[in-house]
Design a protein. Sequence first.
Length: 163
Amino acid sequence: MRREQREADFTEFYLARREALRRTAYVIVRDWHTAEDLTQQAMIKLYAAWPRVRDDTADAYARKVVVNECLSHLRRRRDVPVERLPDRATHSHEASVLDVSAALDLLAPRQRAIVALRFLDDLSVLDVAHALSVSEGTVKSQSSKALATLRTHLPQLVLTEEI
């Protein structure tokens, strides 16, 4: 394939998939700026591998690279020390407000990745297993645990388990 055609194909793919990939990254890392950065890093890696990527697997390959970048970032991340700790814990005045973001923060990074791929990207158990290089049983068990955690912290929602 000529370089110009390869670049045109990659650009078309990138423009079509970037928002969905960034959304998936956000669900995993919980920060839009970090999600954007990690998606860009993943796209650089995808571009380098683009000549070897088949058209029918490009989407799955891109998702896998983005998820791996996010999980690697979370493993490397260190807590940032603060100069002064608060005197006491703060409590929200609206404890009954539905806070999906806070509930997602309770999930382990791999569970967030599974939830993002299964329910945001609407992938099958098999596709998620391939994307994360884990067994289908791991996807099922981690989905179940993640949904149980979300049900506990989001009782107002009716979460269906489509495993």
